[in-house]
Design a protein around this ligand. Sequence first.
Ligand SMILES: Nc1ncnc2c1ncn2[C@@H]1O[C@H](COP(=O)(O)OP(=O)(O)OP(=O)(O)O)[C@@H](O)[C@H]1O
Ligand SMILES: [Mg+2]
Length: 284
Amino acid sequence: MNIDAARQKAVRVIAVASGKGGVGKTNVSINLSMALAGLGNDVTLFDADLGLANIDVLLGLHPQKNLSHVIKQECELADILISGPGDIRIIPAASGVKMMSQLNDMQHAALIHAFDELVASTDVLIIDTSAGLYSSVLSFCAASQEVIVVVCNEPASIADAYALIKVLHLEHQVDRFRVLVNMVDDREEARFLYRRLVKVCDQYLDVVLDLMGVIPRDAKVIKAVKKQQALLQIYPGSPAAMQFRKLAESVNKWPRSKHANGKQEFFLERIISSHVAEQAGLMI
Ligand SMILES: Nc1ncnc2c1ncn2[C@@H]1O[C@H](COP(=O)(O)OP(=O)(O)OP(=O)(O)O)[C@@H](O)[C@H]1O
Ligand SMILES: [Mg+2]
């Protein structure tokens, strides 16, 4: 498929973010990716987190190469893709995310070309972002069509989610968010947390927050992490796994929206351009 054809393909780009660390972004990214793949989607999971418990660690994978090797033109993007559980493809980003801030024109063009080709065979691109309000997190979210904000029942989680939503709205014009409440004991607790976030946002911001789903606190999630395997793979009948499958069914029905800003350019182009523009800053 040529680049123009690749650009026309309606890839759904979803960023998973939270503000606060440790609320479940990486588990959500992995299991939602697998559940979407289970529904017949071609799913690519982009590890945009340089933290310790990132995708390869959670899945016991040992990538030899990452995005930094593609940027240095030591290999092709296809060479760094790893097959994950449930037929998902994983882009191990590692230091490549940081390097996106230092691309020269040729590297910039080469990376966009590589991603265009990849997108030609992808229905859904899920981006697992870092905790914190780093500019890389913000630009990944701003360039995505959908932003999933993961929250859990800790005061800092709601406060940090609000901080993330605020900066994405005020500085990047994102006006709609999908809220995913994780690690709760019942739906009442989830609705309470969602309402708290809506209340604080409504007070100061003109944004829409959709409650996209609830993932229960489930000891099997912790077990799967310890075993370095995906929940959906080893505990497919667990309560959290069942919710991930329900979540995927609703994500599958989301309208294939244009970018919130009405922009049509491809995602990576926006990411890289914004990074290039910010060369002076520490990106991640
Ligand atoms: N639904 C759940 N039930 C029980 N425990 C959970 C659940 N979701 C996540 N956890 C626990 O929270 C921990 C952190 O999850 P995860 O690494 O996915 O968070 P994160 O938001 O990606 O963290 P970071 O900000 O460091 O990247 C997991 O190791 C697991 O122990
Ligand atoms: Mg993580």
